[in-house]
Design a protein around this ligand. Structure first.
Ligand code: SF4
Ligand code: SF4
Length: 370
């Protein structure tokens, strides 16, 4: 087994064929832009979830026809894919679910709604009070009703519980994949782990997704460890573009990722209580800077640093992402002063133009750790 682009292409192709079959039979695709949207509701409504956050640099010039150049590359890429109609997941989406997280995404959704129907979920700004919980819960009920209407299927508590169980298995396997790197000899590189946990396109086969990750675990255990290098925890903006991850792994090893697509969003959902309340509670536990204060991220990072024996933390900020950029100040101060762990913030975009400069900065940081 080789966890590379060819592996991803093969899985993507297989899922695509299955999705086309379901679409042909009338099932609808629901595009998602943020980890706060519980995909369980889509699955319980008989829909096909597809993550739409853009990772392509090529479509950014297309987006810049409408969006400012000095703007988050993730937002520009997502919009560019939509405008150029070059993303199959966007193309086949019947409905887009959008959480009101950052100002960039929120304003992008407004113009995106000229292309496809967008449903905005009003995410509370503070996750820690009862009022926020009630607001979020009511938003999820509004979403449930919308999905029932648009997809033509009733969302029963039974179907919702079943979807929660399936996604909990996915979450558990994502944790298991990263835990392969807890020991002194890590079993996967960060690039491999990132590919292993990627849902890769249309989410039409959750048991298959779990099996795929189980195969990776067996493969990694069988192969044995990867050459030890300084152990990095990568945090920050979603690693939609793998540019920074790849640069870090030229001199170090990313043993854990606290970001969307990594260990940030794997909060288990209670399978026994009220499923709507359980979903609202678990999603509000996501430690994202779009919530204020965001002490959960600090707690998660503290635990990960200890559990994964981290030598250094690298905080990825996509250019013009004010949320992560501002939080980087207090995060860096906390990690360096309270936890005594070296910290490096990298601010970049999807372009290749600063690669050499980034390499120099990362190498100097890693050298200091060694
Ligand atoms: S980083 Fe925050 S806003 Fe962005 S997708 Fe993840 S949870 Fe949503
Ligand atoms: S990286 Fe920052 S600016 Fe970009 S979409 Fe995520 S939260 Fe918004």
């Amino acid at each position: 087994m080789k966890l590379d682009d060819a592996y991803m292409d093969e899985v993507e192709q297989e899922l695509f064929v299955r999705a086309m079959d379901r679409i042909g039979r009338g099932d609808k695709v629901v595009g998602v832009y943020c980890a706060f949207t519980p995909k369980e509701l889509i699955v319980a409504a008989g829909g096909i979830p597809a993550s739409l956050c853009g990772s392509s640099a090529e479509v950014i010039p297309v987006a810049e026809q409408h969006l400012p150049r000095n703007f988050c590359p993730l937002v520009k890429s997502s919009y560019g894919l939509a405008l150029s109609d070059t993303c199959p997941y966007f193309h086949y989406s019947d409905l887009l679910l959008a959480d009101s997280t950052c100002e960039g995404k929120r304003k992008m959704y407004e113009i995106l709604s000229e292309i496809k129907p967008v449903h905005l979920l009003a995410l509370p700004q503070n996750a820690d009070n009862g009022q926020s919980f009630r607001l979020w819960l009511s938003e999820l009920y509004r979403l449930r009703a919308l999905l029932e209407r648009e997809l033509g299927n009733k969302v029963t508590d039974e179907k919702l519980r079943e979807a929660i169980k399936q996604y909990n298995q996915v979450r558990q396997m994502i944790v298991t994949i990263f835990e392969l790197n807890k020991g002194d000899i890590p079993l996967l590189t960060g690039c491999e782990a990132s590919i292993a946990v990627d849902p890769i396109g249309f989410e039409v086969d959750l048991p298959g997704y779990v099996d795929r990750m189980k195969q990776v675990v067996a493969f990694a255990r069988d192969r044995g460890g990867v050459a030890p290098r300084p152990r990095i925890l990568l945090t920050g903006c979603p690693t939609t573009s793998k540019k920074v991850l790849k640069i870090i792994e030229e001199s170090a090893l990313v043993v854990a990722m606290e970001s969307c697509g990594g260990l940030k969003t794997v909060n288990m959902v209670d399978e026994d209580g009220d499923p709507m309340e359980a979903l609202a509670r678990a999603t509000l536990k996501i430690g994202c800077p779009c919530l204020s204060p965001n002490h959960r991220r600090f707690e998660n990072l503290t635990n990960l640093i200890r559990e994964y024996k981290i030598d250094g933390v690298i905080d990825l900020t996509w250019q013009a992402c004010h949320l992560f950029n501002i939080e980087s100040y207090s995060l860096g101060r906390y990690i360096q002063n309270e936890l005594d762990i070296p910290f490096l913030q990298i601010e970049t975009d999807y372009s290749e133009s600063d690669k050499d400069w980034l390499k120099v900065r990362v190498e100097a940081f890693v050298e200091m750790l060694s």
